[in-house]
Design a protein around this ligand. Structure first.
Ligand code: AMP
Ligand code: TRP
Length: 327
């Protein structure tokens, strides 16, 4: 069975972009693969965090994984920092990664732009991500479009290591869907929806109330044409709304364009509000129950034990090969 690994950072509130681009697919994949899903809390520290908030957000993401349908019997669900092998392999891989290749990472450039004090962790972040993946010998990594370059680096590091030390790491494939891998911001449909965009009108979060969802969708930026048509290039706003609609409802974009033909943007938006609200309501209810039940901590503890057993095997092999195990 194919191994899958992915992760979400517990920074800010998880958006429907994270859900549609990544998390929703985790649930589909757990039926046919052997999956590891982590909460990337070490990655969160690439920018400063409030410890008490980080702790709560970590539990929130774990509860969200469960609320959307990840089953701890099928999926190993764990917190990155509970498996110290991630940090240890990250160091060893940092010694194999080149300064120049990390400097070319688009996400680093975007996140560091205009900032005075940029942490070294933000710079080496993709190497930690490579360690996350390679420790589990993952065949495939389901992510949104923005992670493509990090996956290429992961593959390069795996190949570099294997070339020097012999077969050690599985070289993983990115799993980026054709459709929905880049949900755009509602306030600016030329940029991706993001947890960290300054305006809350950029995103719908998984915990937004029906009123918040309504007001954000009704205010979403469109165009002056008032013709419902899928054309991401010339009509990014409407195309983004159609994409979101399609992924939540299961109807194809063609069906939606047909159904809303001749109607105004207001009609499409109102209908989309209903679709999003009704999809999120049961998830939010399960999330609330899970957060109250205390079950999440036990699941994470078991997940970490399972993950550690796998990670330790790979790390031991790496250390042997690098001359770090004495005999
Ligand atoms: P992050 O918020 O950076 O932890 O992202 C978690 C996952 O969501 C990653 O696989 C991202 O590629 C994916 N993702 C983030 N933003 C979007 C977006 N706007 N559209 C689709 N996928 C996204
Ligand atoms: N870097 C990813 C993001 O920002 C999160 C992440 C951390 C991840 N480790 C990973 C994704 C391993 C896939 C595999 O979205």
């Amino acid at each position: 069975m194919k191994r899958v690994l992915s992760g979400v950072q517990p920074t800010g509130d998880v958006t429907i972009g994270n859900y549609l681009g990544a998390i929703k697919r985790f649930v589909e994949l757990q039926e046919t693969t052997e999956p590891f899903f982590m909460i990337a809390n070490l990655h969160s520290w690439t920018v400063s965090q409030e410890p008490a908030v980080l702790r709560e957000k970590t539990l929130d993401v774990a509860a969200l994984y469960l609320a959307v349908g990840l089953d701890p019997k099928r999926s190993t669900i764990f917190v990155q920092s509970d498996v110290p092998e991630h940090s240890e392999l990250a160091w060893l891989l940092q010694c194999m990664a080149y300064f120049g290749e990390l400097g070319r990472m688009v996400q680093f450039k975007e996140k560091s732009e205009g900032k005075q004090n940029v942490s070294v962790g933000l710079y080496t972040y993709p190497v930690l991500q490579a360690a996350d993946i390679l420790l589990y010998q993952a065949d495939a990594v389901p992510v949104g479009e923005d992670q493509k370059q990090h996956l290429e680096l992961t593959r390069d590091l795996a190949e570099r290591f294997n070339k020097r030390f012999g077969d050690t790491f599985k070289v993983p494939e990115p799993l980026i869907s054709e459709f929905g891998a880049r949900i755009m911001g509602l306030d600016d449909p030329t940029k991706k929806m993001s947890k960290s965009a300054p305006s809350p009108y950029n995103r719908i979060t998984m915990s937004d109330t029906p009123d918040e969802i309504r007001s954000k969708i009704m205010k979403a930026v469109t165009d002056a044409e008032n013709e419902i048509r899928y054309d991401p290039e010339n009509k990014p706003g409407i195309s983004n709304l159609l994409t979101i609609y399609s992924l939540f409802s299961g109807e194809s974009v063609e069906q939606l364009v047909e159904r809303f033909r001749g109607q105004g943007y207001g009609t499409l938006k109102k209908s989309l509000v209903e679709v999003v609200v009704s999809h999120l309501a049961p998830i939010q209810e399960r999330h609330r129950q899970l957060r109250q039940s205390g079950a999440v901590l036990d699941i994470l503890k078991q997940g970490a034990e399972r993950a550690r057993a796998e990670a330790a095997k790979t790390l031991q092999d790496v250390k042997e090969k690098m001359g770090l195990v004495l005999r």
